[in-house]
Design a protein around this ligand. Structure first.
Ligand code: ATP
Ligand code: ZN
Length: 284
Protein backbone atom coordinates (compact mmCIF):
# COMPACT_ATOMS: atom_id res chain seq x y z
CA UNK A 1 0.00 0.00 0.00
CA UNK A 2 1.23 3.48 -0.90
CA UNK A 3 1.42 6.08 1.90
CA UNK A 4 1.01 9.69 0.82
CA UNK A 5 1.65 12.62 3.17
CA UNK A 6 -0.38 15.77 2.57
CA UNK A 7 -0.91 19.01 4.49
CA UNK A 8 -3.49 18.67 7.23
CA UNK A 9 -4.89 22.15 6.84
CA UNK A 10 -3.68 25.35 5.25
CA UNK A 11 -3.01 26.73 1.80
CA UNK A 12 -2.03 23.39 0.24
CA UNK A 13 -4.75 21.21 1.69
CA UNK A 14 -7.80 22.11 -0.37
CA UNK A 15 -6.16 21.90 -3.82
CA UNK A 16 -4.35 18.69 -2.84
CA UNK A 17 -7.58 17.03 -1.78
CA UNK A 18 -9.28 18.26 -4.95
CA UNK A 19 -6.48 16.87 -7.13
CA UNK A 20 -6.65 13.46 -5.47
CA UNK A 21 -10.44 13.37 -5.89
CA UNK A 22 -10.08 14.31 -9.57
CA UNK A 23 -7.69 11.37 -9.81
CA UNK A 24 -10.67 9.25 -8.80
CA UNK A 25 -9.43 8.50 -5.30
CA UNK A 26 -12.21 8.31 -2.74
CA UNK A 27 -11.25 9.04 0.86
CA UNK A 28 -12.40 11.02 3.86
CA UNK A 29 -10.65 14.35 4.23
CA UNK A 30 -8.75 14.23 7.52
CA UNK A 31 -9.28 17.94 8.11
CA UNK A 32 -9.98 18.47 11.75
CA UNK A 33 -9.15 15.52 13.94
CA UNK A 34 -7.93 12.69 11.72
CA UNK A 35 -4.29 11.70 11.43
CA UNK A 36 -4.75 9.36 8.50
CA UNK A 37 -7.37 7.87 6.23
CA UNK A 38 -7.50 4.98 3.82
CA UNK A 39 -8.64 5.39 0.25
CA UNK A 40 -11.70 3.29 -0.49
CA UNK A 41 -10.86 2.44 -4.09
CA UNK A 42 -7.05 2.65 -4.36
CA UNK A 43 -4.40 0.89 -2.25
CA UNK A 44 -3.29 4.08 -0.57
CA UNK A 45 -3.40 5.70 2.84
CA UNK A 46 -3.15 9.41 3.39
CA UNK A 47 -1.27 10.97 6.31
CA UNK A 48 -2.27 14.47 7.37
CA UNK A 49 0.71 16.49 8.57
CA UNK A 50 2.03 20.02 8.96
CA UNK A 51 3.70 20.90 5.68
CA UNK A 52 7.08 21.40 7.41
CA UNK A 53 7.06 17.76 8.55
CA UNK A 54 6.31 16.27 5.12
CA UNK A 55 9.87 16.17 3.66
CA UNK A 56 11.30 14.47 6.74
CA UNK A 57 8.46 12.00 6.93
CA UNK A 58 8.99 10.97 3.30
CA UNK A 59 12.78 10.85 3.64
CA UNK A 60 12.43 8.62 6.72
CA UNK A 61 10.12 6.26 4.85
CA UNK A 62 7.10 6.89 7.09
CA UNK A 63 5.40 8.02 3.89
CA UNK A 64 6.37 6.93 0.38
CA UNK A 65 5.49 10.25 -1.20
CA UNK A 66 4.20 13.65 -0.23
CA UNK A 67 2.69 16.81 -1.65
CA UNK A 68 4.41 19.94 -0.40
CA UNK A 69 5.45 23.44 -1.50
CA UNK A 70 8.73 23.45 -3.41
CA UNK A 71 9.91 26.15 -0.97
CA UNK A 72 9.55 23.75 1.96
CA UNK A 73 11.11 20.89 -0.01
CA UNK A 74 14.15 23.04 -0.86
CA UNK A 75 14.48 24.47 2.63
CA UNK A 76 14.39 21.09 4.37
CA UNK A 77 17.27 19.59 2.38
CA UNK A 78 16.06 16.03 2.58
CA UNK A 79 17.16 13.39 0.05
CA UNK A 80 13.96 13.35 -2.01
CA UNK A 81 13.13 13.51 -5.69
CA UNK A 82 10.53 15.73 -7.32
CA UNK A 83 8.22 13.41 -9.25
CA UNK A 84 5.77 15.95 -10.61
CA UNK A 85 5.19 19.70 -10.48
CA UNK A 86 1.56 20.28 -9.66
CA UNK A 87 0.89 23.87 -10.73
CA UNK A 88 -0.99 25.07 -7.65
CA UNK A 89 0.00 27.01 -4.47
CA UNK A 90 2.16 29.25 -6.62
CA UNK A 91 4.08 31.86 -4.67
CA UNK A 92 7.50 33.47 -4.64
CA UNK A 93 10.13 33.88 -1.98
CA UNK A 94 11.53 37.37 -2.01
CA UNK A 95 13.66 39.80 -0.09
CA UNK A 96 11.71 42.84 1.09
CA UNK A 97 13.00 46.18 2.37
CA UNK A 98 11.32 48.87 4.47
CA UNK A 99 9.62 50.93 1.77
CA UNK A 100 11.84 54.00 2.11
CA UNK A 101 15.15 52.11 2.18
CA UNK A 102 17.02 52.34 -1.11
CA UNK A 103 17.67 49.19 -3.15
CA UNK A 104 19.70 49.25 -6.34
CA UNK A 105 20.96 45.67 -6.47
CA UNK A 106 22.26 42.77 -4.43
CA UNK A 107 25.22 44.85 -3.19
CA UNK A 108 22.76 46.75 -1.02
CA UNK A 109 22.33 43.54 0.99
CA UNK A 110 25.94 43.62 2.25
CA UNK A 111 26.17 43.71 6.01
CA UNK A 112 22.42 43.60 6.60
CA UNK A 113 20.55 41.58 9.15
CA UNK A 114 17.83 39.61 7.28
CA UNK A 115 14.99 37.87 9.11
CA UNK A 116 13.60 34.68 7.58
CA UNK A 117 12.12 31.29 8.25
CA UNK A 118 13.97 30.00 5.14
CA UNK A 119 17.63 30.23 6.26
CA UNK A 120 18.97 27.52 3.93
CA UNK A 121 17.51 28.97 0.73
CA UNK A 122 18.67 32.44 1.76
CA UNK A 123 22.17 31.25 2.71
CA UNK A 124 22.59 29.64 -0.73
CA UNK A 125 21.51 32.82 -2.46
CA UNK A 126 23.85 35.01 -0.38
CA UNK A 127 26.74 32.66 -0.98
CA UNK A 128 26.14 32.50 -4.72
CA UNK A 129 26.10 36.28 -4.92
CA UNK A 130 29.07 36.72 -2.51
CA UNK A 131 27.04 38.73 -0.05
CA UNK A 132 28.09 38.93 3.54
CA UNK A 133 24.87 39.35 5.52
CA UNK A 134 23.55 38.01 8.82
CA UNK A 135 20.61 35.62 8.75
CA UNK A 136 18.24 36.07 11.63
CA UNK A 137 16.20 32.87 11.76
CA UNK A 138 12.65 33.19 12.99
CA UNK A 139 9.70 30.83 12.82
CA UNK A 140 6.52 32.02 11.18
CA UNK A 141 5.99 35.26 9.35
CA UNK A 142 8.95 37.61 9.17
CA UNK A 143 7.21 40.77 7.99
CA UNK A 144 6.98 42.42 11.41
CA UNK A 145 10.74 42.06 12.07
CA UNK A 146 11.95 45.34 10.49
CA UNK A 147 9.15 47.31 12.15
CA UNK A 148 10.24 46.25 15.64
CA UNK A 149 13.92 46.72 14.92
CA UNK A 150 14.73 43.01 14.77
CA UNK A 151 16.13 43.10 11.23
CA UNK A 152 16.96 45.43 8.33
CA UNK A 153 15.14 43.34 5.74
CA UNK A 154 13.19 40.11 5.43
CA UNK A 155 13.14 37.08 3.14
CA UNK A 156 9.69 35.51 2.99
CA UNK A 157 6.78 34.23 0.89
CA UNK A 158 5.00 36.81 -1.24
CA UNK A 159 1.88 36.11 -3.19
CA UNK A 160 0.20 39.45 -3.75
CA UNK A 161 2.41 41.84 -1.84
CA UNK A 162 -0.45 43.30 0.18
CA UNK A 163 0.84 41.85 3.48
CA UNK A 164 4.21 43.46 2.76
CA UNK A 165 2.57 46.77 2.01
CA UNK A 166 0.56 46.78 5.20
CA UNK A 167 3.81 46.25 7.12
CA UNK A 168 5.56 49.12 5.34
CA UNK A 169 7.71 46.82 3.18
CA UNK A 170 8.32 46.41 -0.54
CA UNK A 171 9.63 43.47 -2.51
CA UNK A 172 13.12 44.13 -3.90
CA UNK A 173 14.52 40.76 -5.05
CA UNK A 174 12.77 37.51 -6.00
CA UNK A 175 14.88 34.48 -5.17
CA UNK A 176 12.57 31.53 -5.79
CA UNK A 177 9.30 30.81 -7.60
CA UNK A 178 7.51 27.94 -5.96
CA UNK A 179 4.54 25.66 -6.60
CA UNK A 180 3.23 22.47 -5.03
CA UNK A 181 5.28 19.38 -5.94
CA UNK A 182 4.86 15.65 -5.54
CA UNK A 183 7.99 14.28 -3.88
CA UNK A 184 9.07 10.72 -3.15
CA UNK A 185 11.85 9.01 -1.28
CA UNK A 186 14.91 7.76 -3.11
CA UNK A 187 13.84 4.14 -3.14
CA UNK A 188 10.38 2.61 -3.08
CA UNK A 189 9.39 -1.03 -3.07
CA UNK A 190 8.43 -2.19 -6.56
CA UNK A 191 4.75 -2.47 -5.58
CA UNK A 192 4.70 1.06 -4.21
CA UNK A 193 6.65 2.43 -7.16
CA UNK A 194 4.00 0.92 -9.45
CA UNK A 195 1.23 2.51 -7.39
CA UNK A 196 3.02 5.85 -7.46
CA UNK A 197 3.41 5.58 -11.25
CA UNK A 198 -0.32 4.93 -11.48
CA UNK A 199 -1.08 7.97 -9.34
CA UNK A 200 1.27 10.17 -11.40
CA UNK A 201 -0.35 8.95 -14.62
CA UNK A 202 -3.73 10.08 -13.28
CA UNK A 203 -2.34 13.40 -12.05
CA UNK A 204 -0.91 14.10 -15.50
CA UNK A 205 -4.27 13.32 -17.11
CA UNK A 206 -6.02 15.74 -14.75
CA UNK A 207 -3.42 18.46 -15.29
CA UNK A 208 -3.44 18.11 -19.07
CA UNK A 209 -7.22 18.27 -19.18
CA UNK A 210 -7.20 21.28 -16.86
CA UNK A 211 -5.70 23.58 -19.43
CA UNK A 212 -7.46 22.23 -22.50
CA UNK A 213 -10.98 22.53 -23.89
CA UNK A 214 -13.01 20.50 -26.34
CA UNK A 215 -14.24 22.63 -29.21
CA UNK A 216 -17.03 21.93 -31.73
CA UNK A 217 -18.06 24.15 -34.59
CA UNK A 218 -19.82 24.22 -37.93
CA UNK A 219 -18.12 25.41 -41.09
CA UNK A 220 -18.71 25.57 -44.81
CA UNK A 221 -16.78 22.76 -46.52
CA UNK A 222 -14.51 25.08 -48.46
CA UNK A 223 -13.23 26.51 -45.16
CA UNK A 224 -12.40 23.13 -43.55
CA UNK A 225 -8.76 23.26 -44.48
CA UNK A 226 -8.20 26.77 -43.09
CA UNK A 227 -10.02 25.89 -39.87
CA UNK A 228 -8.13 22.62 -39.39
CA UNK A 229 -4.87 24.54 -39.62
CA UNK A 230 -6.05 26.58 -36.62
CA UNK A 231 -7.13 23.48 -34.68
CA UNK A 232 -4.49 20.74 -34.90
CA UNK A 233 -6.12 18.84 -31.99
CA UNK A 234 -4.57 15.77 -30.38
CA UNK A 235 -3.91 13.91 -33.62
CA UNK A 236 -6.07 15.76 -36.09
CA UNK A 237 -9.58 17.21 -35.89
CA UNK A 238 -12.69 15.09 -36.44
CA UNK A 239 -14.78 16.18 -39.41
CA UNK A 240 -18.40 15.08 -39.83
CA UNK A 241 -20.85 16.13 -42.54
CA UNK A 242 -23.92 18.10 -41.43
CA UNK A 243 -27.29 17.22 -42.96
CA UNK A 244 -27.20 20.70 -44.51
CA UNK A 245 -25.48 20.33 -47.85
CA UNK A 246 -21.98 21.86 -48.06
CA UNK A 247 -21.44 22.13 -44.28
CA UNK A 248 -19.45 20.08 -41.76
CA UNK A 249 -19.01 19.85 -38.01
CA UNK A 250 -15.40 20.01 -36.81
CA UNK A 251 -14.33 18.73 -33.36
CA UNK A 252 -10.96 19.32 -31.76
CA UNK A 253 -9.01 20.15 -28.58
CA UNK A 254 -7.61 23.58 -27.85
CA UNK A 255 -5.30 24.95 -25.13
CA UNK A 256 -7.01 27.26 -22.66
CA UNK A 257 -4.39 29.99 -22.96
CA UNK A 258 -4.80 30.32 -26.73
CA UNK A 259 -8.55 30.04 -26.59
CA UNK A 260 -9.65 33.67 -27.20
CA UNK A 261 -7.07 34.28 -29.87
CA UNK A 262 -8.19 31.15 -31.76
CA UNK A 263 -11.88 31.91 -31.41
CA UNK A 264 -11.38 35.21 -33.22
CA UNK A 265 -9.40 33.55 -36.00
CA UNK A 266 -11.99 30.76 -36.33
CA UNK A 267 -14.83 33.24 -36.67
CA UNK A 268 -12.86 35.12 -39.25
CA UNK A 269 -12.42 31.83 -41.14
CA UNK A 270 -16.20 31.32 -41.27
CA UNK A 271 -16.83 29.07 -38.26
CA UNK A 272 -20.32 29.19 -36.76
CA UNK A 273 -22.09 27.67 -33.75
CA UNK A 274 -18.87 27.34 -31.79
CA UNK A 275 -19.13 25.30 -28.57
CA UNK A 276 -16.31 25.06 -26.03
CA UNK A 277 -16.63 22.32 -23.42
CA UNK A 278 -14.43 21.47 -20.40
CA UNK A 279 -12.45 18.23 -20.54
CA UNK A 280 -12.34 16.21 -17.35
CA UNK A 281 -9.42 13.87 -18.09
CA UNK A 282 -7.00 13.62 -20.98
CA UNK A 283 -4.60 10.82 -21.84
CA UNK A 284 -2.12 11.29 -24.65
P1 ATP B 1 1.28 24.27 8.40
O1 ATP B 1 0.29 24.47 9.46
O2 ATP B 1 1.01 23.03 7.59
O3 ATP B 1 2.71 24.36 8.88
P2 ATP B 1 1.85 26.84 7.14
O4 ATP B 1 1.15 27.90 7.89
O5 ATP B 1 3.31 26.64 7.32
O6 ATP B 1 1.05 25.46 7.35
P3 ATP B 1 0.54 27.65 4.68
O7 ATP B 1 0.37 29.11 4.92
O8 ATP B 1 -0.67 26.78 4.74
O9 ATP B 1 1.70 27.05 5.59
O10 ATP B 1 1.25 27.47 3.27
C1 ATP B 1 1.61 26.22 2.78
C2 ATP B 1 2.35 26.37 1.48
O11 ATP B 1 1.52 27.01 0.52
C3 ATP B 1 3.59 27.29 1.54
O12 ATP B 1 4.74 26.60 1.99
C4 ATP B 1 3.73 27.70 0.10
O13 ATP B 1 4.32 26.68 -0.68
C5 ATP B 1 2.28 27.86 -0.31
N1 ATP B 1 1.84 29.25 -0.08
C6 ATP B 1 2.04 29.98 1.01
N2 ATP B 1 1.49 31.19 0.92
C7 ATP B 1 0.91 31.24 -0.25
C8 ATP B 1 0.15 32.21 -0.91
N3 ATP B 1 -0.11 33.38 -0.36
N4 ATP B 1 -0.32 31.92 -2.10
C9 ATP B 1 -0.09 30.71 -2.66
N5 ATP B 1 0.64 29.74 -2.08
C10 ATP B 1 1.12 29.99 -0.90
ZN1 ZN C 1 4.30 25.13 7.83
Amino acid sequence: MLTLAIQKSGRLNEKTVQLLRECGIAFENGGSAKLKSKARNFPMQILYLRDDDIPECVADGIADAGIVGENVYLEKRRPLRIIERLGFARCRLSIAFPKDREYCGTDDLQGLNIATSYPNILRDFLKKNRIDATIHEISGSAEIAPGIGLADAIFDIVSTGSTLLSNGLREVETILRSEAVLVAGKKLSSTNQQLLDKLVFRMCAVQLAGNRKYILLNAPNEQIEAICRLLPGMKSPTIMPLSTEGWSSIHSVIAEDEFWEKIEALKAAGAQGILVIPIEKMIL
